[in-house]
Design a protein around this ligand. Sequence first.
Ligand code: PAF
Length: 290
Amino acid sequence: MTTAEKVTQSPPELLTDVDSLRRRVAQARRAGLTVGLVPTMGALHAGHVSLVEAAARECRLTIVTIFVNPTQFGPNEDFGRYPRTLEADLAALAGRGADLVFAPATEVMYPPSHVTYVEMGGPALGLEGACRPGHFRGVATIVLKLFNLVQPDRAYFGRKDYQQSLVVKRLVRDFDLPIHVEVCPTMRESDGLAMSSRNRYLSAVERERALAISRSLSLARRLAGEGTREVAPIVDQMRRMLERAPVEIDYVTLADRETLEPLVRLDRPALALVAARVGATRLIDNDWID
Ligand code: PAF
């Protein structure tokens, strides 16, 4: 069966319980199919769809999970108001190559008896890990649970959550999971804003201000392209652009692409990362600095 043959226009089949999911995965395994997993929290946009399409190109069974994971939200974060749009998500996946959607209730993933969590050091410690204590504990725990349930050959994540992709790669390595982690490019709106489920929180005025985030990354690329090698003046100019917008900066940094260690000079493969609040909405973005 080619990808073209398996893509139908109808929405993928919806499963909500673990037994049905395990049965479908076991059937696929018996038939020797490659299994691809796209973990999401729903409120799907073109960025998610691009992950699903990548999975469908490379795998014979593509499973999308939709689960707003409570353990990765801090007490004052947006868990309560995070958009839950299952019907629209299923419609958005029609014809995109997803075979199954697993959308469990909270109690399915975290019954009251659940007490085991993944605590991670290394890539989970700085940046998002520092601003959102407990966030990567929740991410690593749910991703490990989803990996165990689906046992995918390949799993797809977006580069917008770059630190998360490093966390997942390290989880796979440290727990010896036979899973290939694929990190796909960030999808952007035509004006440069990185696609995010949280963009729908923005008012028109805030959306305009939020553009400073992607523009500050373009500025960093431009300055590096023009030959600036010291990081401090680049970060300085990025900060000034963000403050002018204005957005409230959580961090702006140019870091080593492998370790996320902050750089002083651009002397190795780097990326620029920004986290900022626009009104009540916290957004993150990043881009390679070559
Ligand atoms: O990136 C996300 O949407 C979430 O962090 C993930 C990987 C689905 C875990 O809940």
